[in-house]
Design a protein around this ligand. Sequence first.
Ligand SMILES: NC(=O)c1ccc[n+]([C@@H]2O[C@H](COP(=O)([O-])OP(=O)(O)OC[C@H]3O[C@@H](n4cnc5c(N)ncnc54)[C@H](O)[C@@H]3O)[C@@H](O)[C@H]2O)c1
Length: 243
Amino acid sequence: MTETPRAQRFTDRRVVVTGAAGGLGKVVADLFRAEGARVVATDVAVAEGVVACDLSDDVARDAFVADSLAELGGLDVLCNVAGILKFSPLPVMSAELLRKHYEVNALAPLMLAKGFSEALIESTGNIVSVASISSVMGQPYNVAYCSSKAALLLGMRALAIEFGAHKVRVNCVSPGGIETPMTGNAATGLPEDVNWEWIAKSQSVIPGFMPPQDVAESLLFLASDAAASITGANLVVDRGTVW
Ligand SMILES: NC(=O)c1ccc[n+]([C@@H]2O[C@H](COP(=O)([O-])OP(=O)(O)OC[C@H]3O[C@@H](n4cnc5c(N)ncnc54)[C@H](O)[C@@H]3O)[C@@H](O)[C@H]2O)c1
């Protein structure tokens, strides 16, 4: 089967993609490369072509920023994809679980934005971050994830204002269910007596989980020059779940 050639919207653009060993992040990194970008891909998990870094570790994250800037010579796009999700009913939800969600899902992408800020101002680049429909709707047994993604979304919107004067754009994509390892693992460990009717309320009007490419395409759109006048936005890509 011959593949349709891609548009080459990112020729020689310098891009950092986090979560690049994961279901969505790998596709995002591959698509940026397929459109001509020079990509530094990172993840806490070991994978080929991926720089290992625990982004919740302040020292490791700062070192990753410095190393990426040295390798790329600047930055045009920061693409925050890394994230964690573990359902937990309130009686068993721990401070550790809550803290880890905040560190990975909110603190790390916001501190990466700070770390790369001078380079992004220099290039008038942009930031695209993966939030979630869980940032705009409550979900049962999902306090940690929902609150962490809401913090990410509003944090990025606040940054869009500060960066606006420098013409650096900051946007989020909020996906519904994607076919990735995260979706399969999220509910493991939930007790049998949870209310599955509540959980079912997060189903989409177009049935089924989305292939990662459907979400990746929206990230690339927001990172591209076609979105030159879009900042502070939250593009919901969810087959009709939030309505
Ligand atoms: N899968 C879904 O249905 C869904 C829906 C909405 C939003 N999202 C979001 O999409 C993004 C990608 O998720 P995915 O579905 O590809 O899941 P995934 O689990 O396949 O990928 C997430 C990646 O993040 C990495 N990661 C976790 N902790 C990290 C850390 N401390 N430092 C660096 N990397 C770390 C993981 O190793 C993993 O490779 C996440 O932000 C997730 O919250 C996913």
